[in-house]
Design a protein around this ligand. Sequence first.
Ligand SMILES: NC(=O)c1ccc[n+]([C@@H]2O[C@H](COP(=O)([O-])OP(=O)(O)OC[C@H]3O[C@@H](n4cnc5c(N)ncnc54)[C@H](OP(=O)(O)O)[C@@H]3O)[C@@H](O)[C@H]2O)c1
Length: 271
Amino acid sequence: MVRHFFFTLLAMQYTHVLITGASSGIGEAIARSLAAKGCHLWLVARRKERLIALQDELQNQYPNIQVFVFALDVRSANAVKELFEDLSARELRPNVIVNNAGLAAGLAEVDVASPEDWDRMIDTNVKGALYVMKYGIPLLKNPQGGHIIQMSSVVSREVYAGGSVYSATKHALDAIHRTLRLELLPWPIKLTSINPGLVETEFSLVRFAGDADRAQQVYKDIEALKAEDVADVVAYCLSLPKHVNLPEVHITASAQATATKVRKKDGSIRG
Ligand SMILES: NC(=O)c1ccc[n+]([C@@H]2O[C@H](COP(=O)([O-])OP(=O)(O)OC[C@H]3O[C@@H](n4cnc5c(N)ncnc54)[C@H](OP(=O)(O)O)[C@@H]3O)[C@@H](O)[C@H]2O)c1
């Protein structure tokens, strides 16, 4: 409670925030957290009904902010381009981009994994994130600048059996993030890569193609992070003074040592 009171008090440096993957999990939690801090929001994902429900809820709760929704697939370069062209023509536009949409598909070793799963991960996590950067960055290239938050993962620096391509996509994001820190240095644009460990969201449900029992096993008997924990960290990064940036933040549950090694509630070690 004290923690949440503290985070509510944080003053944001930038208050116009576009979030991809805002229809569930971490993105949705970021939207709620930033709405409470008075940020205007642009919510992006494919499931329009979820975005509209969140928009209605936040607009009712915080009448002083504006919440816009855009139902699109980040794998479509054209859709992302059109979104940012539309935004650049408007007076009210984002100065923060939270590049969060992403997924893992399957947990199979390379020789038996599905190439379709690889395509989905690469197209969403790498190419989709790149489209958002490519067409979003011009909005921030101005004297007021902005902030790009990239939702990566602890597996941007680790690997595990069955996670080759998911880890590869997050390794790729790490390379892109570090490159952008060089390319955007002439501009007052902050870049932060957030690297979470296990977070209990719909992530595993998506990974296991809707198999709820299998998804629950991932979080069974452990205290994983909640989406709100990651959202708190994002809010903190956005509240830092103009001259301060956190380029990389690793955040894991206290009971997690590596991507797969965790302490269960009974004290035994899994992984
Ligand atoms: N949960 C974890 O343990 C964990 C750990 C480290 C990093 N992460 C990263 O955190 C990010 C958010 O994941 P999460 O845990 O919050 O999972 P989640 O609950 O499944 O949320 C994923 C979000 O991404 C959106 N999305 C997926 N594909 C999309 C596409 N093609 N176009 C537009 N939006 C798309 C989904 O919306 P729609 O389905 O409505 O499009 C959803 O809003 C991901 O990048 C993930 O890799 C998660």
